[in-house]
Design a protein around this ligand. Structure first.
Ligand SMILES: NC(=O)c1ccc[n+]([C@@H]2O[C@H](COP(=O)([O-])OP(=O)(O)OC[C@H]3O[C@@H](n4cnc5c(N)ncnc54)[C@H](O)[C@@H]3O)[C@@H](O)[C@H]2O)c1
Length: 339
């Protein structure tokens, strides 16, 4: 397949970032956009000539001019639109979290298995320069054997959680909605966690139907342990500070700083040497994500975050939330995802 003809459904800031990334990609063309809000739809004119704008996503799915859709609508709508798109034979890039419930994940996995289209979940941290650099060093054995990993999602939602927002759904717990970034990052680095123990509180966002601060301790394969901290009411700039501890060194990085700290044992003297590596700042690397999606579609290669992968991040996030509510250590059972 030569040029992939793409449509973006949902034209918020993130939707516009995807649209710009498609326009930036030499192997893709933005042919249509969709939003139920006429004001957002009107932005199509600024995105380029000959871009069809519509208010009903079913028009996009029925069009033979569209090969692939990028779904950037509220989380609660991911299942409905993704399943319909897959049934229409479209390739799908769906925003994170893949869904808010195990039942929705199961339906999406089943639809992805039945479809001729590819299905990728937009776990954008896998395209963040600092995290990519850390993953390469870890996979190359540069810090030895991992024993502890941690990540955080610190993002002040005070001005995002306005009355009427779709984010005020009790199913849209901050640990799943935004925290899934940190969960997915640690799963990517250390594998699927098997147990979660968590605590949470709500001291910052009275409007939130769920707790707004949570810390989860996780058990990963190969006797690695880890921690995820999520706060959606914190008073600081957005960041995802993360640390990876190994037998020969440590990496401390995030998605908002221009450098990554690496500590490595110098084998000649046994001393631990600190180093600072420059990394590009890109907390939302839509260009990299779209490039991978388009390349996978063009070359018929497997996508890095398929339905099963996206669903396991949801499953682990939900287990941690359950632990914060039940007060017991929760086993993480991925078999519940089997359709
Ligand atoms: N990857 C990231 O880092 C990141 C960042 C922000 C948001 N997101 C995800 O992107 C998605 C959208 O979040 P947002 O913050 O942009 O939300 P938003 O509310 O700002 O925008 C959603 C857009 O979807 C439109 N919409 C709603 N229902 C629709 C429908 N049926 N058909 C077409 N358009 C419809 C709305 O009018 C709105 O323009 C969510 O899944 C969110 O979790 C991901």
């Amino acid at each position: 397949m030569n040029e992939i003809r793409c449509a973006v459904i949902g034209l918020s800031g993130m939707g516009l970032a995807h649209a710009a990334a498609i326009r930036n990609n030499p192997n893709a063309r933005l042919v249509a956009v969709c939003d139920i809000d006429p004001a957002r739809r009107a932005q199509a004119a600024e995105l380029g000539k000959d871009i069809r704008a519509c208010g009903d996503y079913r028009e996009i799915l029925a069009s033979e001019e569209v090969d692939a859709v990028v779904i950037v609508v509220p989380d609660q709508l991911h299942r409905q639109i993704a399943v319909a798109a897959l049934e229409a034979g479209k390739h799908v890039l769906c925003e994170k979290p893949m869904a808010l419930t195990i039942e929705d994940c199961r339906a999406m996995i089943a639809a992805a298995r039945r479809s001729t289209g590819k299905f990728m979940v937009g776990q954008i941290c896998r395209f963040t320069p600092g995290f990519l650099a850390a993953k390469r060093l870890i996979d190359a054995g540069e810090i030895g054997e991992l024993f502890y990993v941690e990540s955080e999602y610190a993002h002040d939602y005070e001005h995002i959680l306005q009355p009427g927002s779709w984010r005020l759904d009790p199913l849209r717990h901050g640990f799943l909605g935004g925290g899934c970034h940190a969960v997915d990052l640690l799963r990517w680095i250390a594998g699927d966690p098997t147990e979660a123990a968590a605590f949470s509180n709500k001291k910052m966002l009275p409007i939130s139907p769920t707790d707004d601060c949570m810390v989860a301790i996780l058990k990963f394969p190969h006797d690695v342990i880890g921690k995820i901290f999520v706060s959606t009411g914190c008073k600081r700039s957005y960041t995802m500070r993360s640390a990876f501890y190994g037998s020969k060194g440590t990496i401390i990085t995030d998605n908002t700083s221009p450098s990554m700290q690496v500590f490595k044992v110098d084998s000649s003297c046994g001393a631990t040497v600190p180093m600072l590596y420059p990394v590009s700042i890109s907390s939302h690397n839509a260009v990299g994500e779209i490039q991978t999606f388009v390349d996978c579609v063009r070359t018929d290669a497997p996508v890095p975050t398929d339905a099963w992968e996206g669903a396991r991040t949801v499953c682990a996030s939900l287990a941690a939330i359950r632990s914060s509510q039940s007060g017991v250590i929760e086993k993480i059972d991925y078999s519940v995802l089997e359709p």
